[in-house]
Write a protein that binds this ligand. Structure first.
Ligand SMILES: NC(=O)c1ccc[n+]([C@@H]2O[C@H](COP(=O)([O-])OP(=O)(O)OC[C@H]3O[C@@H](n4cnc5c(N)ncnc54)[C@H](OP(=O)(O)O)[C@@H]3O)[C@@H](O)[C@H]2O)c1
Length: 225
């Protein structure tokens, strides 16, 4: 987001928004003690950005497609970057250690870059990151049992379609963007023929006087009521 975009975004936030966001974090910590957040590369680089260029070539004999985990961490700032688009300038965020999710299609030169920078990564998927496999690996390899996605619509839509969402904690600000192509909460491909929307059950809702709305839903699994 540019500085100017940031100012527009800030101007839409009612005074209560920060406290509502903090309350959501406290609730999630109390309920699930999440030890990882998940972001998409789209939150870190422009949509037009391609794979990093100018990286030193790597020897084809070296295998970079093994998980690379640097030490232990109490909490992980996890980013899906299957195309290798983010030129990292930080290795931790808000006390969380950086973890990148990549696939076997991620350029080897990018994985070599991550290794040089001592940035942890997990390899899951062939053509792009297999989100289910990546989450399972985070559990088995790193002991992560709850992940909070703070990503944009692309990542959240993919998680929803893959059946990987248990709860949705949504904060709605009193503003409408409108227009075809405006980012949604869950973007990505449309439902396939015959595919059902994801049924939700509301667990709580709260409205602030200045218009901030806080909604908590759980996903109803087929077979349950
Ligand atoms: N309103 C909010 O609270 C909020 C929060 C976060 C972000 N945002 C905004 O949302 C925008 C970014 O959203 P976005 O949707 O463009 O980007 P995004 O959420 O970062 O989504 C794209 C990410 O999801 C991955 N992905 C998408 N489909 C996938 C699939 N089927 N399998 C595996 N991985 C998949 C992509 O992987 P690859 O990298 O491997 O392609 C990429 O990392 C930004 O403008 C940001 O400012 C808003």
């Amino acid at each position: 987001m540019t500085t100017e975009d940031g100012k527009v975004w800030e101007s839409l936030r009612p005074p209560s928004a920060q406290a509502v966001e903090q309350a959501r974090k406290v609730l999630l910590d109390r309920l699930f003690a999440p030890s990882a957040t998940l972001e998409g590369s789209g939150s870190l680089v422009p949509g037009t950005a391609g794979p990093l260029t100018g990286l030193p070539p790597v020897s084809p004999s070296e295998d970079f497609y093994e998980d690379f985990v640097v030490g232990e961490a109490a909490s992980w700032f996890t980013v899906v970057d299957g195309r290798g688009r983010v030129r990292w300038t930080m290795k931790e965020n808000d006390g969380q250690q950086l973890l990148v999710l990549v696939s076997r299609a991620t350029p080897a030169a990018y994985l070599a870059f991550l290794r040089r920078e001592r940035i942890s990564y997990l390899v899951a998927g062939t053509q792009r990151v297999d989100l289910g496999a990546a989450l399972r690996r985070m559990r088995s390899r790193l002991g992560v049992t709850c992940v909070v996605s703070t990503g944009g619509g692309g990542l959240n839509g993919a998680l929803l379609r893959a059946g990987l969402v248990d709860e949705i904690h949504l904060i709605v600000l009193p503003a409408a963007v409108g227009g075809a192509g405006a980012p949604g909460v869950f973007d990505g491909p449309a439902l396939a023929d015959g595919e059902m929307p994801t049924r939700l059950r509301m667990l709580s809702s709260h409205t602030e006087a200045d218009g901030t709305l806080s909604l908590r839903y759980e996903v109803v699994r087929s077979g349950s009521r």
